[in-house]
Design a binder for this molecule. Structure first.
Ligand code: FSO
Ligand code: SF4
Length: 541
């Protein structure tokens, strides 16, 4: 077997990519990413076992976030960048050793980067399958994938100048513990603790975004095009967007969002930019068509990148932050913390305006603050029976044909139901005309996948308003679509908050062993999806 990866929903045959990733990850990149995760475990060992105060190693903490984020599905395909990161983490690891009197370390905490060939060999020995026991491997990987999602959200929060050292402390602890011998019970407890810290990371990001850019509010976003050349910005990082909007002011270049950047339009702070034109195209995997017709340059601030298979737009792709793609220019942060996007702007000026692929608007902005402002209306609608049920359909979109289910499910829902959504999953139904209930749209989009936190807050608020003991007594069903590791941390966070009976699709994670899947079913009522007809009957009616 030349590689093994089963961290995302599109994993080959539902069990693992063993030759090349369905995502486009080659075996070399898969191994280097495994080695990067291994290196972070070594760093974690030094920090945790060495009892190092995380407040003393802030730059190292930030590189920990970056390292894990780089290994998330569709974030970084750039070998030299990943290797450079391994070397950086090793350097931080060695620096950290100077802060402790502990001297006994495992291989992960002592190996040095030698030649690329030797490292490829090493990587083959330390991958996911190095844990032989199927159930322990399943639980350990669930923790690691949760940490990757937590790292992504914490990095965005950090970019927005918010951080919480308790999250860093936990990440070192968990990364170290999964390298040790643990019982299944201890691992289940660690999975829950991961969920607890997942809530903290989403809360932190929410605070970073709303304190800087205001609270999302109901907004109608144009999905057509204008006549100026444009730059398309994708991914999740709002601070990158802010800098791009500032630098494009008065240049005659418009800025459009793609996929998960759509919710940026809901923030008051971005409404002052006249050249912030709208949203172009669909969810992440539509990029292979959307980028062609967009004509202008594209900036990836995070995943999901699809490595271009045909020529025609690769030369227009730029990456920044934890994202990386061979052949694409990477924009690094300057010494003063800012980023210089002038090369992208220059390229944009020489390109044709985007080609129109659709017209109209989509409405969103229903994060916690906005929904709380509408609380009376919502509560009245529930009390009068106008709204019978809410369905949380947050999560991710993906390429699989089976995801048509989500469009069909949304269409088949009775007219007295409201969809609560967040993440790129919404593109399966956010352009349908599902109408409204007394002025409340039937699709309430809270924002990006991390804004699933808003949905949890909304549920907790409703529980309070209706004076219920248990959040599961609310008329809310959960039919969540997952794809990559940020969805894993969202799921673990919901489990930590006590949400039960979540339906997860289009398939259950390949990294769940049968026994671990059974624990999730028995303890939390997790289930997969069935036909639209059966699920409407079982979840809604
Ligand atoms: Fe989607 Fe990709 Fe936001 Fe993910 S664009 S799939 S869960 O990266 O992070 O929802
Ligand atoms: Fe396969 Fe997903 Fe891993 Fe890519 S990230 S190699 S598609 S399991």
């Amino acid at each position: 077997m030349s590689m093994f990866c089963f961290q995302c929903q599109e994993t080959a045959r539902g069990t693992g990519c063993t030759v090349r990733g369905v995502c486009g990850k080659t075996e070399d990149i898969a191994r280097i990413q495994d080695l990067l995760v291994y290196t972070t475990k070594g760093l974690a060992e030094v920090v945790y076992k060495g009892k190092i105060d995380v407040n003393e190693i802030m730059r190292c903490n930030h590189e920990l976030l970056n390292s894990l984020f780089m290994t998330i599905t569709n974030a970084n395909f750039d070998g030299p960048m990943l290797i450079n990161q391994i070397k950086k983490v090793i350097a931080y690891r060695e620096e950290a050793k100077k802060l402790t009197s502990e001297t006994s370390w495992s291989d992960a905490a002592t190996f040095e980067y030698t030649t690329d060939e030797e490292m490829q060999e090493k990587a083959a020995a330390i991958g996911v399958l190095a844990t032989e026991h199927e159930d322990l491997r399943s639980l350990k990987e669930m923790v690691v994938y949760g940490l990757k999602g937590m790292a992504a959200y914490s990095e965005h929060a950090l970019n927005g100048e918010k951080e919480n050292v308790e999250i860093y402390r936990f990440m070192y602890e968990a990364l170290y513990l999964v390298t040790t011998e643990m019982t299944a019970d201890d691992l289940v407890a660690l999975v829950m603790k991961t969920g607890e810290h997942g809530v903290m990371s989403m809360a932190l990001l929410d605070e970073a975004n709303t304190s800087k850019y205001g609270h999302p509010e109901i907004t109608s976003v144009d999905i057509g095009v204008r006549n100026n050349p444009g730059i398309l910005i994708s991914g999740h990082d709002l601070t990158d967007l802010e800098q791009l909007l500032e630098q494009t002011k008065g240049t005659g270049v418009d800025v459009y969002t793609h996929s998960e950047m759509l919710p940026a339009h809901y923030y008051p702070a971005f409404k002052k930019y006249d050249h912030f034109a709208g949203n172009y195209g669909g969810s992440w995997w539509h990029q292979v068509d959307d980028f062609f017709s967009f004509n202008g340059p594209v900036l990836f601030t995070t995943n999901c990148i699809v490595p271009p298979r045909k020529e025609g737009y690769r030369e227009r792709i730029f990456t920044t932050g934890s994202a990386g793609l061979p052949g694409a220019k990477h924009i690094y942060r300057l010494a003063d913390g800012s980023k210089d996007f002038s090369e992208i702007i220059k390229m944009a000026k020489e390109t044709e305006p985007p080609k129109e692929i659709e017209t109209g608007t989509i409405v969103g902005g229903f994060a916690h603050n906005q929904v709380f402002a509408l609380a009376d209306k919502v509560v009245d609608a529930v009390k009068s029976g106008a709204i019978k049920k809410f369905v949380v359909m947050a999560g991710c979109d993906g390429r699989m044909n089976s995801r048509k289910y989500y469009t069909e499910f949304a269409e088949a829902l009775p007219k007295d139901t409201v969809i609560l959504t967040a993440g790129c999953a919404k593109y399966r139904y956010n352009k349908l005309d599902l109408g409204d209930i007394g002025g409340i749209p039937r699709v309430l989009d809270a924002g990006q996948c991390n804004d699933s936190y808003s949905l949890a807050l909304i549920a907790l608020k409703l529980k309070e308003v209706f004076e219920l003991e248990d959040v599961n007594d609310l008329p809310i069903a959960y039919n969540i679509a997952w794809y990559e590791q940020k969805a894993v941390i969202v799921l673990l966070s919901l489990l930590y908050l006590g949400v039960k009976n979540i339906h997860l699709g289009p398939t259950l994670p390949g990294f769940l062993s049968p026994n671990v899947a059974k624990v999730l079913v028995d303890t939390f009522g997790i289930a997969g999806i069935d036909t639209v007809e059966n699920d409407i009957k079982n979840l809604i009616l």
